[in-house]
Design a protein around this ligand. Sequence first.
Ligand SMILES: O=C(CO)[C@H](O)[C@H](O)COP(=O)(O)O
Length: 243
Amino acid sequence: MPDANPTPSPDPEIVASWKQAAAARAAGLVQAGMAVGLGHGSTAVAIVPHLAKRWRGGELDGAIFVPAAHFMAAALRRHGLPVGSLDDWPALDLGLDGADEIDAQLDCIKGGGGALLYEKIVGQAAERFVLVADAGKLSPRLGTRHAVPVEVTPFALAPTKDFLVAIGGHPALRLRPDGDPMRTQRGNVILDCAFGPLADPAGLAAVLDARAGVAGHGLFIGLAALAIVAGPDGVRELARPAG
Ligand SMILES: O=C(CO)[C@H](O)[C@H](O)COP(=O)(O)O
């Protein structure tokens, strides 16, 4: 459930400038010869022009970029960057992606753009997975501001809805602007399931992982090693706490 007294959001232009600043810093993590996974969303896509500039300058020779979403693939191609697949690069050196909500452990909720399953596959394939975000994404507790997206095989939609209600969630089918259900790249549907602030995100992730019909969910637990976060204090690099 949303906060009773949410902090007012900063001006969208300011948030956009934070995303740009975080994206520019993230592009600096890429080195020549690396295989790099890239997720989805405005922040992840904002990394691409910075990569392209470095590529044109000869700093990234031999690098290859593996997108988690068609939209990212199109952005990479538009900027003349080489696009690969997990078939050919199953072990990535680095993964860069945005997030919807990030806690102090760098666990996060993702999937606002609907690419959660492929984003998690790319993130897990990366030796080092790095979140790139504006400071508005930081949260004392996951679930405070965002529902957990749950990707569901259409055959299982009705029983999965009942299951999510039974475990304390409030699922809502994600719709396209024309009112039809939004479909993921796998042809699945998404239930945005509000749970309120989560006492045990890892426990909830395990419950969702165990449920047949759930093709994926937006809780990314124990994956990120670093978060690059830009806000009023500039760009900060937050390492995952030990333990
Ligand atoms: O998980 C995602 C897409 O599925 C995005 O990373 C997340 O929604 C953040 O988006 P943005 O960078 O546009 O704020």
